[in-house]
Design a protein around this ligand. Structure first.
Ligand SMILES: Nc1ncnc2c1ncn2[C@@H]1O[C@H](COP(=O)(O)OP(=O)(O)O)[C@@H](O)[C@H]1O
Ligand SMILES: [Mg+2]
Length: 226
């Protein structure tokens, strides 16, 4: 596939905090539907990279493009609209809303994008079934195990049919066995729904079956040979 079709593209991206260069000269191009893992030690810049891709942060220099559009010229409102419509997020600590039921948590991104309640319920039920959570829709997050909460977060991340899912250490708070289960579900569900998945992890134990693996070392990003 030619690079012209890249869904995520970083060109000569730098991110510095004062004198500290976190990322230098990062070039990256990811195609639609790929499952990409970013590995690196704690503090190597994985979250920084995901935040730049997700428009949660802006580079010090260089260009981030999503779906062929540069994020550089967008206002904060425009950026948050791109995030809301195009991206799904999965975090280490699940970040479910404790006062909403599982169903309502999953429906939230759809509601924010103007879907009707009936549409929301239908799709939330489908996703919860795919994630093995059929029985959990009316429960509250605190009534679920960590692994179950992360499966709800995966359903939520995909509910509004995002193009891209960004997962920052999604298994970092789970025991290894649960981590492997959750990772497999995350990957399968993204593939089934055709979403590009970019996942950061510090642990090579949970690389999964990525299409491509990038390592961040000394502020540089390197692609590992397949
Ligand atoms: N807002 C910030 N201000 C200053 N330094 C930061 C900020 N955010 C991250 N850093 C630094 O950038 C480096 C990379 O952080 P991060 O991207 O969170 O790494 P990782 O996710 O790989 O653990 C760390 O040294 C961290 O201290
Ligand atoms: Mg991090």
């Amino acid at each position: 596939m030619s690079t012209a079709e890249a869904q995520i593209r970083l060109t000569a991206v730098n991110k510095t905090y004062g004198a500290h260069a976190v990322l230098e000269e990062c070039n990256l191009s990811i195609q639609a539907g790929e499952f990409v893992v970013v590995v690196g030690r704690s503090g190597s810049g994985k979250s920084t990279l995901l935040n730049l891709i997700g428009g949660l942060d802006r580079p010090t220099a260089g260009v981030v493009e999503l779906l062929g559009q540069s994020l550089a010229g967008l206002t904060e409102d425009e950026l948050s609209r791109v995030r809301c419509r195009r991206l799904g997020f999965v975090f280490q600590f699940f970040n479910l809303i404790p006062t909403l039921t599982v169903q309502e948590n999953v429906r939230l991104p759809m509601a924010l994008n103007g879907a009707s309640k009936a549409q929301g319920i239908r799709r939330a039920d489908l996703l919860l079934r795919e994630l093995g959570l059929d029985e959990c829709g009316s429960r509250f997050p605190e009534e679920l195990s960590g692994g179950e909460q992360q499966r709800v977060a995966i359903a939520r991340a995909l509910s509004h049919r995002p193009n891209i899912v960004l997962a920052d250490e999604p298994t970092g708070n789970l025991d290894l066995e649960t981590a492997e289960e959750v990772l497999a579900l995350l990957e399968q569900t993204c593939r089934r729904h055709g979403a590009t998945l970019v996942m950061a992890t510090h642990s090579r134990e949970v690389l999964g079956t990525a299409d491509r693996v990038f390592t961040i070392r000394a502020a540089r990003i390197h692609e590992e040979p397949p």
